[in-house]
Design a protein around this ligand. Structure first.
Ligand code: AMP
Ligand code: ZN
Length: 449
């Protein structure tokens, strides 16, 4: 396959990718809502769209613009703030920082633009005003709703009609709505909650509106590719389509819709509501960013991926082997996406190809080794040197979590007995093994140096 093909969730078909313009390729992926540490399910979306970005760049170079937003105003954030008795900004800033650290350890390229919802309220209000004036939205007591019956294509992405949608989804019931499926564009805020002045009083935007407003601002009215996890198809992406198509009088908002499958644990979706999440930070700490990344790429993006120790251990073994042929000098070399990656981002096929390249390189000349290294870098591997990889391995072999916890306990005991000399000795011992400990108000935490 010499040109890029993608499975378009809108048509449910694998299609050849044809850009809207020869000057610019636009990719928008819905980013995180920053209220809790991102988990491995979120990491899959990150890594899948990072691969798509890399593949697009390998074909179209610097013409590709990748926008990934940060949702920093949302009911979930307000809830978290009340529950944890923390200021909203404190939560959103802390989680955004963790998110960025996670992206870095997973070796995701930075998106071209990373807009924050709270910095685009003006655009969201403008869009709402415009949708009301065109008859697609209505106000009722400080709330503004989008009227789904005003958009005849509503339900096309999720392939359902209004009746099916009503029956199958948990829509918010409200006497203020004309139709239960109508969704909120703007809602009033209580005094203590985040809010902005608007023609309908002090309030805040609905989540779906945020992406329509931000994608238009940075990418224009039409997009080449829009994506996210499978759970975003309905209602989030369906509603983005309704808003953007109606406001801009479009037949199509994005030409291609790409959705990744779920990370599961024991066949159940990893999600905060089920309480079965593993944070990216923990997974990276335990296995390293590269192992997590390779595991996330081991299945085709459209399929579910079951997360378990066996999977991670296997990926670690693979990387240990591949690092035998690591070359420092391939850092800046570009590898063109091959037929596997162009074929709907077939990462398992590409990984099998890397295994073949490894076998050929093992007894081969430097050129073969270079090719193998370039292939690894194409999917974002080999971002740490051989020496760092070996150190990481040593650390993981030498120190188990239970060992660290025991040492921390010994240190607390020593401190309680007033033996500060011993306490310091234990701290230094851990430090020499690459573990930093930090005393907090009522506990001691640890991290790798
Ligand atoms: P959220 O922060 O919940 O809005 O999710 C951010 C992104 O992660 C969205 O694109 C979700 O679809 C995606 N996502 C959430 N849970 C999973 C999961 N278990 N597997 C794959 N993607 C997920
Ligand atoms: Zn979105």
């Amino acid at each position: 396959m010499s040109s890029l093909h993608l499975t378009n969730s809108f048509t449910k078909k694998k299609e050849i990718f044809k850009p809207l313009s020869s000057k610019k390729i636009s990719l928008y992926a819905c980013g995180p809502t920053v209220y809790e540490s991102p988990h491995v399910g979120n990491a899959r979306t990150l890594v899948v769209f990072d691969i798509l970005f890399r593949v697009l760049k390998s074909v179209y170079g610097s013409k590709v613009i990748y926008v990934r937003n940060i949702t920093d105003v949302d009911d979930k954030i307000i809830e978290a703030s009340k529950k944890n008795k923390k200021r909203i900004n404190e939560i959103t800033e802390r989680i955004t920082k963790i998110f960025h650290e996670n992206c870095k350890s997973l070796n995701c390229l930075e998106p071209s633009i990373e807009p924050k919802a709270t910095e685009h309220i003006k655009e969201m209000i403008q869009m709402t005003v415009s949708l009301i004036s065109k008859g697609f939205a209505y106000e009722n007591k400080g709330h503004v709703y989008f009227s789904v019956i005003s958009f005849k294509d509503y339900g096309k992405l999720s392939n359902k009609n209004l009746e099916e949608l009503k029956a199958g989804s948990r829509v918010e019931i409200s006497s203020l709505k004309k139709n239960p499926l109508d969704f909120v564009l703007w809602k009033p805020s209580k005094d203590e909650d985040p809010g902005w002045d608007s023609p309908w009083g002090r309030g805040r935007p609905g989540w779906h509106l945020e992406c329509s407003a931000m994608s238009e601002k940075y990418l224009g009215k039409n997009l080449d590719i829009h994506g996210g996890g499978l759970d975003l198809i309905f209602p989030h992406h369906e509603n983005e389509i309704a808003q953007s198509c109606c406001n801009n009088n479009l037949k199509k908002f994005a030409n291609y819709w790409v959705h990744n499958g779920f990370v599961t644990i024991n066949k159940e979706k990893m999600s905060k509501s089920l309480g079965n999440v593993i944070s990216i930070s923990n997974a990276v700490e335990k296995y390293s960013g590269q192992v997590v990344r390779l595991a996330l790429l081991s299945a085709h993006y459209s399929q579910p991926l079951d997360w378990n120790d066996e999977l991670l251990k296997n990926q670690k073994k693979v990387l240990d082997k591949w690092y035998n042929l690591y070359l420092e000098e391939t850092k800046d070399v570009n590898f063109k996406a091959d037929e596997f990656l162009l074929d709907d981002l077939n990462t398992p096929g590409f990984i099998a190809r890397i295994h073949e390249l490894y076998n050929a390189a093992r007894d081969g000349d430097n050129e073969k080794k270079l090719k193998f290294n370039q292939a690894c870098r194409m999917i974002g591997l080999f971002n740490v040197s051989k020496q760092d990889w070996d150190n990481l391995k040593k650390r993981q072999i030498n120190i188990s979590e239970s060992f660290i916890k025991e040492k921390i306990k010994d240190r607390i005991d020593a401190k309680n007995k007033g033996d500060y000399k011993l306490a310091d000795k234990i701290r230094d011992e851990l430090l020499s093994k690459g573990i930093v400990i930090e005393d907090q108000k009522d506990k001691t935490i640890w991290k790798y140096k």
